[in-house]
Design a binder for this molecule. Sequence first.
Ligand SMILES: *Cc1c(COP(=O)(O)O)cnc(C)c1O
Length: 385
Amino acid sequence: MAFIPYSKQAITQADIDAVTDVLRSDFVTQGPAITDFETAFAKRHGAEHAIALSNATAALHIACLAMGVGPGSRVWTSPNSFAASANCALYCGASVDFVDIEPATRNMSTSELEAKLQRAQAEGALPDVVIPVDFSGLPCDLADIRALADRYGFKILEDASHATGASYQGEPVGSGQAHATVFSFHAVKIVTTAEGGMVTTNDPELAKNIALLRSHGISRDPDQLERESEGGWYYEQIDLGYNFRITDVQAALGLSQLKRIDTMQAERIARADRYDKILAELPLKLPVRIADRVSAWHLYVIELADSARCDRAALFAALREAEIGANMHYIPIHTHPYYERLGFKRGDFPASVEYYEHAVTIPLFPAMTDAEQDRVAEVIRGAVL
Ligand SMILES: *Cc1c(COP(=O)(O)O)cnc(C)c1O
């Protein structure tokens, strides 16, 4: 029986043609395909600016820097995420802390955030940046978090690595409810460039700074130069940047994939709806639906109810035994050895640990078949009943 992965890229002949066209062109990097990808991505996500980068981790890192995060800054994120959502703050020399999740959505709890902000204000330790994560592709409570940001004076850097194409209250994720939004194009994500990332923002200063930090902090833009130009060759390094550029080869793949985002999303939604039906009778907690949000359905995560016959480890093992690529999203960030050495304890964010102990990610990708979904459901049924 063929192995069913938890996620898989969908590459078409059109994608391959777009990549080979770039390989035959004059530019394989720093050429026009990058701008074309950025322009199309900004348009699809309703953003004024989009800056493509080598990956989402780099995007989170320099978006933090561009927001002024540095030594002495405080950054908060969700413990139910990939480590990069927190590591980016540490790269900048800032301190990091977490806000526990809301069990229903598995996203950062807005009420926990508000309570923590009240305590932090009393202690004079308000965060500079909060990084909510659109876990599994389900947008976080952007309007409520924005209201808190305006009241308490922090910036929102939304980690939408799972949420390319998702929408919140009728607006695309990335269209400006957060101060900046980061997307990932790793092969398992919604749209892929093999490795890649994007930041969208409506803040022109932030966009300019991110673009500068992406390429060594070096500029040729007459508006940015600090001195008189010395000739046609002239450029200046005006900040300490990195090489976090994407290539034209990758951007061409991304642009080609982006043209199919609506059909790929419809396929994911159809798969999720079908899982809801075929798993409905089992002792499981299925992903929540929220009326004002359209999830990108990067992940379909089930949680075992107390009445299930097996525990999480046994269900995971049964799926793997049956050649099904079960996965785990996420081991709470604060429980990793590195974070425990920073002083965090397992019990600090109990909802994220409770969720972790019951959750399993099951396969979901656009090309999945009914037969593959039925096979997954059959193995789950055999384990939990
Ligand atoms: C994948 C992912 C990242 C990192 O993305 P890369 O493009 O692999 O660097 C960051 N945050 C979350 C939530 C992710 O899922």
